[in-house]
Design a protein around this ligand. Structure first.
Ligand code: 8GP
Length: 832
């Protein structure tokens, strides 16, 4: 077996599509043609950006060819499709990915070389499509990659934000937010589709009328109409056969825009009084895990949900006319968190008010159309909208929500007669001071399936978040563990490791990731260990150059590269990592012979602009970094690096170079994590808590190949139930006390004592809500185990290889197959 597979060249094109010319000659000609005819320049004048545009245009020719074939095939076969509704798609860059998916990367590299151009420089010209915040948005991008790769009919629906997630600069240690103008010089991939414009309504009032048979009819007289202009981003499957679409809506003023009503809303910040309809798709809310609480955000959600529903119904009607009976055979809509949940009452409105179906028939269609994924248990992230705000923006929808709720509460009454507390708990409406609409409850009631994103998370969704719903609707709540696309997160981002793997086990692992398990037999093989660690070393050398260029900091590439990359949030506990760094610093100052392998702590994280403590943590990391990196007493042993503007394309450079992956959230708080999977896939060892998908990673790699520490979910629950007091740890552990007190001094912020005190406060008087102090000691011990393991080169190499080998489960292809078999019930539609 291994003899025949090792004969396959690592770099074989993956794609054999007869009608496409994938030769070097053809690619070269296409690039030059586009340089001349699309960009109006020539080989001598073109800069890297022009080459990027020309190369993208050359690839886009192939993409569009396959897109046409895919769409025709889906149309002729009248396929059932999944419609992935998501307020975020964190796509990153597309050129390298699309080249890889057509099996054209090496060809393109050689072709450009002959033209005197370096592909690496060309790829750097592409801005990230950063239309998302973090995990949820990147997950959506991985899922549409897998859907196309596995030939499933699917379409992603979202918002064409003019500004994606802010660009982060670090000034004197602090985060500064700058606008992200990702489309300044145009986007070579997107296709504008004015022929598919949709119009949606906002504001106004509802008129109650009586129909011919005396039945009550509702008519919504909107106060404003907004146009949605679709932009299509082709999504190329691996192998280039299926090309699906991500359709993103841009808002535009329509002729019918009623400025008076719109302005009376006064919903945008005061300085933007001259508000235009375009505002709706202007910016991505830079919040992760917290609800923005802005009317504009509600309008964004409705805008893209309503445009997408209209688009789906237009397509359905083209094939089935006014016959609604087959709608749920053809259409399934996945709600990526509750952001698009307003689509539920919107579909009811269309069916009842427009199509004039009776309520029960409409509700049956609705309940068989939607499925909902929950991504977080944090109470502050569970969306709620003031009823008054929905009434103003979407008056008819509020009526429909009340009606859904009324009927739902009579179901509750049947199940738990007379139990008013139960009704209050499950009701879509929260009767607080201000009446609120709970989007989570609406989603559970309106969907036929609800899933969490890792085993433990789904269990907690059932046990803690929605236990009564689980009793009321047995079987509705389920799990689909997250996954990541190995095409982007290994094949494309780590070519050296990919080639090494392909040489050993053949080159079809990007499609069948469990084949990586064949590497397990090589984990003890000295030659393979050396080759594997040589690749890691080269990737570390490359990252060290990047670090130098971005921050001016020189790092020892023989040190352990220890990486924590994710959004900045207290529950993710970057400050636990920081406290440990401070502890090491103290140990080294007190005992210069303190035994440890040199280590570089590398961070990447954006904080929500309004999240003060998260910004303080970034500031603290940078201030500590300045001090440690300049302190000759310790800087041969530790360095601290904060890489600014963490994003998909930076992750692609960091992940291949990681020795250690920090996954240290408070148990029960991180729904899944996906960075944990990417890092382990690239041979990094995890130091982590028993939280989210870490638990499943530990099951796959085995306890010997991961550093687990800290309180478990049960222990966290018991500790908080007992009454957790962080001062117990502060007074009982000298090291904890010393490093926390250090934050009050001006040691790290010369002349400015107290700048870091809020961080200390949060962990003492603030109650330490994420149990940093409770886990500190265990974390510190795990770090010692890790350090010892690293000193044994052979042992470490074996562990790293086994991490890569055992990641098969975490391909997003497996997640998609789970969704397909448990929820979506799709069939593949192979394209020629
Ligand atoms: C994230 C979860 O925090 C993470 O554990 C999980 O892996 C990821 O979703 C994908 O399932 N949640 C979010 O990104 C999130 O809730 N973002 C919304 C507030 C925008």
């Amino acid at each position: 077996k291994s003899a025949s597979s090792s004969q396959q060249s690592a770099n074989n094109p993956v794609s054999t599509i007869p009608e496409l010319d994938l030769s070097k000659k053809a690619f070269k000609e296409a690039v030059v043609r586009h340089l001349h005819s699309t960009l109006g320049t020539d080989e001598n004048k073109a800069n890297n950006h022009a080459w990027f545009k020309a190369a993208s245009a050359a690839i886009q020719e192939l993409v569009l060819n396959r897109l046409r074939k895919t769409q025709k095939s889906h149309y002729l076969n009248d396929t059932r499709a999944v419609h992935y509704f998501s307020a975020e798609f964190l796509m990153g860059r597309l050129l390298s990915n699309n080249m890889h998916n057509f099996g054209l990367f090496e060809t393109a590299q050689a072709a450009l070389q002959e033209l005197g151009v370096d592909l690496t420089d060309v790829l750097e010209e592409e801005p990230d499509m950063a239309l998302g915040n973090g995990g949820l948005g990147r997950l959506a991008a991985c899922y549409i990659d897998s859907l196309a790769t596995m030939d499933y009919p699917a379409i992603g629906y979202g918002i064409h934000y003019e500004y994606g997630l802010f660009r982060q600069e670090i000034k004197n240690g602090a985060q500064i937010e700058r606008p992200d103008n990702w489309r300044d010089y145009g986007n070579p991939w997107e296709i504008c589709r004015p022929e598919s414009i949709q119009e949606i309504s906002l504001y106004g009032y509802v008129e109650t009328k009586y129909g011919k048979k005396g039945q009550i009819q509702k008519e919504w007289h909107p106060g404003a109409i907004v146009k949605g202009l679709p932009w299509d981003i082709p999504v190329v499957g691996y192998g280039g056969k299926t090309v699906n679409v991500l359709r993103l809506w841009e808002s535009q003023a329509s002729g019918y825009f009623n400025w008076d009503v719109f302005n009376a809303g006064g919903y945008v910040d005061a300085e933007r009084e001259n508000v235009e309809a375009e505002t709706i798709s202007k910016v991505l809310y830079p919040n992760d895990e917290t609800e923005a609480g802005k009317e504009l955000r509600l309008i964004q959600q409705y805008f893209f949900s309503a445009c997408s529903l209209k688009d789906i119904i237009r397509r359905y009607k083209r094939a089935h006319g006014d016959d609604w009976s087959r709608f749920t055979d053809q259409v399934v809509i996945q709600l990526n968190d509750t952001h698009p949940a307003i689509a539920i009452p919107e579909l009811m409105r269309i069916l009842v008010d427009r199509a004039e179906l009776d309520w029960d028939s409409a509700w049956e269609i609705c309940q068989n159309t939607f499925a909902y994924t929950n991504h977080t248990l944090l109470p502050e992230a569970l969306e709620k909208w003031p009823a008054r705000m929905i009434e103003k923006v979407l008056p008819r929808h509020l009526e429909i929500i009340y009606e859904i709720n009324h009927r739902f509460l009579s179901e509750v009454e049947k199940k738990w007669p007379g139990d008013n507390l139960m009704k209050a708990k499950l009701s879509i409406i929260e009767e607080s001071n201000e009446k609120m609409v709970r989007m989570g409850n609406l989603s559970v009631i309106g969907a036929f399936a609800v899933n969490g994103v890792a085993e433990i998370h789904s269990r907690l969704v059932k046990q803690n978040l929605f236990p009564e719903f689980d009793a009321l609707y047995p079987g509705k709540l389920t799990n689909v563990t997250n996954g990541i696309t190995p095409r982007r997160w290994l094949k494309a981002c780590n070519p050296l490791l990919s080639d090494l793997i392909s040489k050993k086990i053949g080159n079809d692992w990007p499609l069948h990731l469990s084949k990586l398990d064949d590497l397990s037999t090589l984990a003890d093989n000295k030659t393979f260990q050396n080759a594997f660690m040589r690749v890691k070393q080269k990737n570390k050398d490359a990252l060290a150059k990047e670090i130098k260029q971005l921050t001016g900091i020189s790092v020892d590439t023989k040190a352990i590269f220890d990486i924590q990359i994710k959004r900045l949030h207290e529950y993710k506990r970057q400050h636990l990592n920081l406290l440990h760094i401070l502890a090491l610093y103290r140990r080294l100052l007190e005992n210069p012979d303190y035994e440890m392998h040199p280590r570089v702590f590398i961070f990447g994280a954006k904080a929500a602009p309004g999240y003060a403590l998260a910004k303080t943590i970034i500031y603290a990391i940078n201030k500590v970094a300045d001090k440690i990196n300049a302190d000759v007493r310790v800087n041969q042993k530790i360095k601290v690096v904060f890489l600014p503007n963490y994003r998909v394309s930076l992750a692609e450079k960091m992940i291949p170079a990681a020795d250690v992956s920090q996954q240290i959230s408070t148990a029960g708080k991180e729904a899944s994590g996906t960075g944990n999977m990417k890092l382990a896939l690239n041979g990094a060892l995890t130091i982590g808590t028993l939280d989210g998908a870490n638990i499943e990673i530990a099951e796959e790699v085995g306890d010997d190949n991961i550093f687990i520490f800290g309180n478990t979910v049960e222990q966290v629950e018991a500790l908080t139930a007992r009454g957790y007091n962080p001062y117990d740890y502060y007074y009982n552990n000298k090291e904890i006390k010393a490093v926390l007190d250090w934050l009050d001094s001006d040691y790290f912020t010369p002349g400015q004592p107290g700048e870091l005190s809020p961080l200390k406060q949060s962990m003492l008087d603030g109650g330490d809500p994420y149990l940093v102090l409770a886990d500190f000691e265990s974390y510190s011990e795990a770090n010692i185990r890790l350090d010892e393991a690293y000193k044994d080169k052979t042992r470490w190499a074996k562990m790293a290889i086994l991490n890569t080998a055992k990641m098969g489960k975490f391909t997003s292809d497996r997640s998609i197959e789970d969704y397909v078999s448990k929820i979506w019930k799709l069939e593949k539609c192979g394209i020629e």
